[in-house]
Write a protein that binds this ligand. Structure first.
Ligand SMILES: O=P(O)(O)OC[C@H]1O[C@H](OP(=O)(O)OP(=O)(O)O)[C@H](O)[C@@H]1O
Ligand SMILES: O=c1[nH]c(=O)c2nc[nH]c2[nH]1
Length: 193
């Protein structure tokens, strides 16, 4: 998606440790018009698939998924929580995921009320790096007996391999910008064409 690539070139910065900082528009300050265009792009890519639910993971996936849902018939958006809470009652699907930016393991929890056998799920997230977050969400879907219809990602860091592993496993992964390489010394960012 050219618009997203241009924003990354314009406002993205490359940090040591394979970190692309795009918090001016994607995961701290949120450009909802851009999110709307991202939702439209995923709706075009996944047209023809039956999708009745969108699943993401807190925190940064939530805003993107909620705006994108407007392009999927206002499908409900469920987000996996990364901490237990008194507000989380009843039976739960749980797994653990290593967080790329927080550099520690988190529980990943969805109430059994909101993910069901027979659901046709689109997974959405802001970033795909090593694929840990998505693999956690896929595990929760399998536990629930739900079908993963596809995966929509804003920014994939292709050089970290998570996206290609998921494609090799048969998942339809639509990443709107795939960073092939980035250099913290020069700030250069190359996209997969
Ligand atoms: O493919 P991976 O290696 O799993 O990396 C991608 C994940 O990393 C980020 O989550 P993180 O927990 O770092 O931050 P967040 O709380 O802002 O979503 C991002 O939002 C993705 O969920
Ligand atoms: O802001 C972010 N930048 C990244 O490079 C990244 N990788 C995973 N999650 C990420 N979030």
């Amino acid at each position: 998606m050219k618009e997203l690539e241009e924003r990354i070139r314009l406002q993205g910065t490359v940090k040591p440790g394979n970190v692309l900082k795009v918090d001016a528009f994607l995961n701290h300050q949120c450009d909802v018009e851009l999110f709307d265009h991202m939702g439209a792009a995923w709706a075009e890519h996944f047209a023809g698939k039956t999708i009745n639910k969108i699943l993401t993971i807190e925190a940064s996936g939530i805003g993107i998924a909620c705006v994108a849902a407007r392009h999927f018939g206002n499908a409900p958006v469920v987000f996996a929580k990364k901490a237990q809470s008194i507000n989380l009652d009843g039976d739960q699907y749980t797994t653990t995921v290593y967080s790329f930016t927080k550099q520690k393991e988190f529980p990943v929890i969805v109430s059994k009320r909101y993910l069901n056998e027979g659901d046709h799920v689109l997974l959405l997230d802001d970033f795909l790096a090593n694929g840990k977050a998505l693999k956690g969400l896929i595990d929760l879907c399998h536990d629930a007996g739900a079908t993963v219809e596809g995966i929509g990602i804003a920014v994939e860091k292709g050089f970290q391999g998570g996206g290609d592993e998921l494609r090799a496993a048969g998942y339809d992964v639509d990443s709107l910008a795939i960073v092939e390489s980035m250099d913290p010394e020069t700030g250069t960012i190359e996209f997969r064409s």
